[in-house]
Design a protein around this ligand. Structure first.
Ligand SMILES: [Cu+2]
Length: 105
């Protein structure tokens, strides 16, 4: 009796590389990032906000820059030199979508 050929004859596993369909639905992808920084200037007309921000993981290192904001009303109650938490969305263009003033301690 022949020993059973054990394990030696695996069928070639074609790891089905499921290519994600690149339809129109896949085109607009938006990613949210969380940042922390200090307000340097406010531009309600743009509207935009200039922030001296720390590292935004997955997006950019610390730097001072101006971000467009989705709505000028987000700048209400925010002043230069305020510490803020903010949300950046990096879709077709980079925009700040939320701003939250940090409590001074
Ligand atoms: Cu930046």
């Amino acid at each position: 009796m022949l020993p059973a050929a054990c394990g030696g004859n695996k069928a070639p596993v074609t790891q089905s590389s499921t290519q994600t369909p690149s339809g129109p639905a896949a085109a607009v992808q938006s990613n949210s990032y969380h940042g922390v920084g200090v307000v340097k200037s406010l531009n309600p007309k743009a509207p935009a906000i200039e922030i001296d921000h720390g590292d935004i993981e997955g997006l950019m290192p610390a730097m001072q820059m101006e971000f467009p904001v989705t709505d000028a009303s987000m700048l209400n109650g925010i002043a230069v030199n305020d510490r803020i938490d903010f949300t950046v969305e990096n879709g077709t263009e980079m925009k700040v979508t939320a701003i939250k003033k940090k409590n001074r301690s």
